[in-house]
Design a protein around this ligand. Sequence first.
Ligand SMILES: O=C(O)CCC(=O)C(=O)O
Length: 281
Amino acid sequence: MNAIEKYEFDRLGYIIIPNILTDAEVTKLSAAIDAAEEDALAQVDRPPDKISAYGLQYRHNADKGYFVSGRREEGNTLVIEEFFNLDPAFDVLVDHAPTMAYIRQIVKERPTINNSEIRIRYPGNQTGSHMGGPVSWKHQYAYTPRGIDCMMVRMVYFTHDVGRDQGEFCVVPATHKSNMPSPYEGSDPDKEPGMIGLPVKAGDAILFTENLRHGGLTNRSRQTRKTLHVGYGPFWMKSQNHSTMDEEPYILPRTFARFTEEQRLLFRSHQSLLADSAGDD
Ligand SMILES: O=C(O)CCC(=O)C(=O)O
């Protein structure tokens, strides 16, 4: 993270990072997302296995180790959580050196991955505005004697271009520093004053603090928008996926087995480290 990126992240609450993925990574991840979508669509007509605290209905594929909500239809989103279990093609994003160079600068305690979702937004879909201003301790942005000192942050990776009216990820810049919640009625990001869409190219990523007000503008195109979202926070923060909220990281033994020690550490919470050291006695 160079001095300009640091300044802009502090000032605005997000930065766009061009070309953080190589062309080869984009091709491989894009194919893996398409395969994950087809796999998940086969689950969505079953009765739900789990209902989140927000009322989202999830189907659990226990064999492949993911949870899916939503369905493929105009105006809807398919969200596949815990996608690292699904396909080794996604392993490249675990301990991804260019990503970690950013994360280590803004999460000051040992960072772990607390959220992983494939977000597939069909034409007509939008993501309602949320966050900004005073938020839960889990999402706070702070500047302390250690510098930028975030709780949860997220990296959104793009494997295809997202231009104007194609369901851009959107933000109200600088609301991570606001002292008040948004006073505007509703959560329609298309109508919210100050909300701006962020067009990007394949291979780019957007890094933002969860304290920032954000969402997704309506996808007015015929292109389905597909993105990979990976959340980070201090090691003692538990899962922030809606399907496994505040539980220990949900990584299948076979996923863990193929990881390097550095990759494993990104899923080792405080509790699992304590359990490991108890086992050493
Ligand atoms: O990409 C979007 O449509 C919104 C994503 C979002 O809200 C998030 O990653 O927290």
